[in-house]
Ligand binder design. Sequence first.
Ligand code: ADP
Ligand code: MG
Length: 682
Amino acid sequence: MNIEELKGLGPKKAQAFANKEIYSAEDLVRTLPVDYEDRRHVTPMAALTVGQPALVKGRVIGIRQGGSWKRNRVLVVTLIDTSSGAEGPGGLELVFFNGYYLSRAFKNGAEYYCFGKPSLGKGRIQMIHPEFSRADEEQELALLPVYPVISGVSQRDMRKFEKQILASAYFRRTIAEEYVPAWYLEKYELPQIGEALMDAHFPSDFADVRRAKKRFLYEDMLLLHLGLLMMKGPDAEGTAFPDGDIQDYISSLPFPLTGAQRRTAEQVAADMESSRPMNRLIQGDVGSGKTAVAEIALYKVVKNGCQGAFMMPTEILARQQYEGLKERFAPFGIRVGLLIGSMSAADKNAVLEEMASGAVDVVVGTHALIQPGVRFAHLGLVITDEQHRFGVRQRSLIKEKGTEPDCLVMSATPIPRTLAMILFGDMDVSAIDELPAGRKPILTKAVTGKSRDKVYNFVREEIDKGRQAYVVCPLIEDSESMDGVRSAVSVYEELGKRFRDKEVALLHGEMPPAEKAEIMQAFNAGDIDILVSTVVIEVGINVPNATVMVIENSERFGLSQMHQLRGRVGRGAEQSYCVLITEDLGETALARAKTMTESNDGFYIAEKDLELRGPGEIFGDRQHGVPSSHIFNLINNPSIFEQVREDAAKVYADHPDLLDAESQGMAKQVARIFGRDIRPTL
Ligand code: ADP
Ligand code: MG
């Protein structure tokens, strides 16, 4: 039922609803109150508490207008209490600023109900702009729902429309038809959907509200699980890789693995040995050594006669990883190839041929790996680094290049566990929650632009000790619309003058890939002292000799982003430093700077980021389709999500496509939550 069929709802209001993605009666009835006003009882005026909204009843004994003509016209209406039937003592002032137009709404001697928040003004108790109605009109004493603000639609309208829907035959016939299995409702003592909706909108007491909320929470968690299970699809039969002792490769590494690396490598090896396709996420803070685990997996798949693909988010990273792998795999006779968009057609064709014939064992690349036309002889393992940059869709595209290959996803953004459940809910998760021994925590300092001289003097000291530095700016070039924001180009010119005796280089995303690669190589080799760049170096770059990270206009970067940037230093044995230079002393900027200076823990920083920005901004609705209200529910109730995991598994095991009569309604709801994009079977 389209909402325009509702009485009193014209095109204007329909548009207001459409702006909030409310199109149907069902959408509207599922727009639940965010709060309730308790108007069940009339509070005697003598019992009012400042700040606590209350309903009062009283007789008008004075109407006064103050202020000069047209400006500051204030209407003050004085009431005496009639809540107990008789006229009580005390008086309450109703204050309406610019309220002269209301003067005729009040009649001296008449009785009114008023609802508002009491405050103190000049020693008297007042209500500023209360809601009011004549006491002889029918007054509903109830818990009144308060709806999310929709501009163009008043709370009164909302109540009216919701009432209409709840009273309609359409509601009883379709919306109120239960879709969650009866055993689930019984198990958790949940009300039926129709009852829950009525209770949520027009409860008779707070117990109704609690019961309704519980129902929707348990329903949401069940549907989230089902959506994730459907995304994942039924367990496929993959290939087992029993050969290749990972210890042989581990022994060749120049360092002993950390406990967390070893544990993760063993989990990966066990996944690979089983015939169920591996689907594992490795979460590890920057510098925790995820690459070594990836190498171990690649080594193993090649020892089983299959190929591995390693997909990186940028060409710079792909190149760097390619160089490293080529060197470390050479002693084992493992052949490594590179496939990136900027290669010449001839080079590309050569490597494409080697991939298709099996002449190359491991291919490192970018999005180029998922282009049509790219074929592998026998792809057994797919590793994607920095997964959240790729998204679910691309992950499945690269998987399709093999037949049920094992999949490993590496994320350097430590995602809070609750969010990981949604973003990667269909995966097993390993955490590398330990840094290699001997790492000194990075010292972080936040300063204002006034200290810029000091900062760059310090950078000079470090360079004189033989170290290297990064300077990151938010913009490539100066922009008129962003006055005061320093750009990489202008900072590069400035530092070129300041450090005439040193090598300063510029790197940004709009440079030709070959030039970028050349500069990165020179920085790698130590030929560049200061690298001025934009966030292109955000992920994965590994130059252990770099010890200083300066972030200009740090207020323009998110917390997680700054943490990523900081992770570029502190990769060697020397003490490393991160300096945030900010011009903005606003609350958010200060809160971020404080978090950065007090912690090096990526998981902690990710939680803070979530707090400061909210999930919608970090993982936009677009990326995963799940509305933020569900993500909020999940974040606040992870234990319920865990609790109903098995219930969802049971529903799914019985009817994986949710197409049977009992599950169809749920399938519809899953589709509503997840959007069209990620429901391959619907
Ligand atoms: P990330 O998890 O950020 O991808 P890398 O795999 O790039 O981290 O590793 C960061 C640095 O730490 C590299 O120089 C790597 O050689 C080194 N490293 C990795 N594991 C260890 C270890 N167990 N002991 C010492 N250094 C290690
Ligand atoms: Mg990495």
